[in-house]
Design a protein around this ligand. Structure first.
Ligand code: HEC
Length: 141
């Protein structure tokens, strides 16, 4: 240690101080940088997975790649959905679906129909083509 007023500092003390202090600083700042980098990479991977999540579902992907026909979608709706959502989708047991596209994204609308996660609405398993038709009908309500 170098203290004012003490003249007995040897060359080795100076050398020890000169090497030990900077090397300690380098190590801790390296660790900090590493910790920040690792955190950043983990967060980046999590965000990327979250954003790409719908793309990993091949069913949703194939529905989105098709262009649906709302007239066909209307007839699928009449056969499967009017009991709960009403003849003109104005709502009965299930909610009014007019303007539903503003509340739910395409992916969410597909999930709503095929997931069965919101009972009493049942889980439907339309073909990707039927789902694309249904989606185009829901989006023009
Ligand atoms: C047994 C009754 C029932 C049937 C049949 C049914 N639904 Fe539903 N649906 C519901 C209920 C109840 C909800 C509200 C669920 C919730 O969010 O808790 C709902 C919610 C929805 C929503 C989300 C509405 C919003 O405001 O977010 C959509 C879209 C939807 N249904 C579409 C359909 C389609 C398309 C069909 C036919 C393929 C269908 N439903 C058939 C009962 C039904």
């Amino acid at each position: 240690m170098i203290k004012e007023g003490i003249n007995l500092t040897t060359d080795t003390d100076v050398a020890a101080d000169a090497t030990s202090i900077p090397s300690f600083d380098t190590k801790s700042s390296l660790q900090k940088t590493l910790a920040i980098a690792v955190t950043f990479v983990i967060v980046a991977i999590a965000v990327a997975l979250w954003i790409l999540r719908p793309a990993f579902d091949p069913y949703t992907q194939s529905v989105l790649n098709l262009s649906g026909d709302p007239v066909q979608g209307r007839s699928i709706f009449v056969m499967n959905c009017v009991a709960c959502h009403g003849q003109w989708a104005n709502g009965k047991v299930g909610p009014n679906l007019h303007g539903v596209r503003d509340r739910k994204s395409d992916v969410r609308l597909i999930q709503q129909v095929v997931s069965g996660e919101t009972p009493p609405m049942p889980q439907f398993q339309p073909s990707p083509h039927d789902m694309a038709d249904l989606l185009s009908y829901l989006k023009q309500l």
